[in-house]
Design a protein around this ligand. Structure first.
Ligand code: HEM
Length: 389
């Protein structure tokens, strides 16, 4: 175990709002062992930025980890050439060009269809009625699993996320995860003949075309589902909530003094949808006055990095005019989010402008206060809003 100073948390309070503890850690113990998480955590932005690239020390290869066991061995749990070759094979499905030429129009069609049905209603929980179905419909296209229901995309994504964080071995959580991966495997089996006959730009199709082994294709499609549903969902609903609770910022976009992409980048900095990425220590290492031992578990705390006062002035403030180039909401190393371009298009080009254009007078519903939670994944649980139907 590392000899980092210990920092104790109240797990419930940390889930409700991790930022006060993270700020104290950055100040008093920037590399700390948190007994309740069983991990050594890195909380400062520049430490994460430099150490994440040391894949010889902070390895993604975690053979005993729950992700490998439950979802198969995907590229996010590989290092070096093994990782880079699978990542390169996925690239044609998520590149800036394919996002611009193929996905953006599809995303827009999904948003238009969802809003067409929603707009006359005048009130809704935007997480359930807009952010969730839009994110899921877009992910069906990107993965190639257009035969799934959007509800299953969301539920199965969540079931896998719960499964890989199930450190206490809860049998029900594990069973739900197995059901989700079986459902995804069945959806893959059904789509293989379809995309083999008519190849398209989806992850399933490009990985089949690249000749990636079937076991890896299944694992990487599951990775895209576990990592590609709740983050755009949470970024869409969270950005809307941030604007409605900061009307001055919304006015900047409406007046043309800021752009929707500024909203998305600043929201992802302010409340990182993925707050943490785990690593396994591969060899003895000394950094920041701490000795790391092989097999230590390390958490890179992206959510903390993005509030680091050494890199962002007044970091707790939501300010769409600030520079976000130091944000590491999508990671800071070789595992930098493969879906970053698609997410920017989905949230900034499609979801936010379409929603605010279609639902005039969008405002919070005071009878349904928004709730937010999580630290490894953080997002709104509900977002009650009204508009002029
Ligand atoms: C707001 C939206 C999103 C955020 C904030 C986000 C964030 C992240 C983060 C923090 C990582 C880990 C980076 C690291 O450990 O260094 C990651 C990896 C990944 N994400 Fe995303 N993500 C988003 C959307 C998506 C979408 C829509 C997809 C669907 C294709 C996706 C697919 C992936 C994949 C495949 C990886 C693993 C990359 C690798 O191992 O090389 N993400 N994402």
């Amino acid at each position: 175990m590392s000899n980092a100073p210990h920092y104790n948390i109240d797990v419930g309070a940390f889930w409700a709002d991790p930022y006060p503890d993270l700020a104290r850690m950055r100040k008093e113990a920037p590399i700390a062992f948190v007994p309740q998480l069983g991990s050594t955590v890195l909380t400062r932005r520049d430490d994460i930025y430099s150490q994440e690239k040391r894949i010889d020390v902070f390895s993604s290869h975690q053979p005993a980890g729950l992700m490998n066991r439950l979802m198969g061995h995907n590229m996010m749990r590989k290092d070096g050439e093994a990782h880079m070759s699978e990542r390169a094979q996925m690239f044609p499905a998520v590149s800036p060009r394919v996002v611009k030429e193929t996905w953006r129009a599809r995303f827009q069609a999904h948003a238009d269809r969802i809003l067409e049905e929603l707009a006359p209603q005048g009130a809704a929980d935007l997480v359930k009625a807009f952010a969730l179905p839009l994110s899921a419909e877009c992910l069906k296209d990107i993965t190639g699993l257009t035969n799934m229901r959007y509800q299953d995309m969301d539920a199965w994504s969540q079931a896998m996320i719960d499964g890989i964080a199930n450190y206490t071995g809860d049998k029900e959580v594990e069973a739900r995860c197995h059901a989700a991966t079986a459902g995804i495997d069945a959806a893959i089996d059904d789509m293989i003949p379809v995309v083999s006959k008519r190849p398209n730009a989806s992850i399933l199709s490009v990985l089949l075309g690249a000749g990636q082994p079937m076991e890896s294709i299944r694992a990487n499609v599951k990775l895209a589902i576990s990592g590609g549903q709740n983050e755009p969902r949470d970024a869409i609903s969270g950005s809307v909530w941030a604007l409605l609770t900061h009307p001055g910022q919304l006015a900047l976009v409406r007046d043309g003094r800021a752009k929707w992409i500024d909203v998305f980048e600043e929201y992802a900095r302010w409340i990182a949808p993925i707050g943490m990425s785990p690593r396994r220590v591969a060899k003895p290492w000394r950094y920041g006055g701490v000795d790391f031992a092989p097999e230590d578990r390390v958490f890179l705390m992206f959510g903390s990095a993005n509030r680091d006062e050494a890199c962002f002035s007044d970091p707790d403030r939501f300010d769409i005019t600030r520079g976000t180039s130091k944000s590491i909401a999508f990671g800071a190393g070789p595992h930098y989010c493969a879906g970053a371009f698609a997410s920017r298009a989905m949230v900034a080009d499609v979801a936010l402008p379409s929603l605010f254009a279609r639902c005039k007078g969008l405002r919070l519903d005071p009878s349904e206060p928004a709730k937010i939670g999580g630290w490894a994944f953080r997002g709104l649980l509900n977002l009650g809003v009204k508009w002029d139907a």
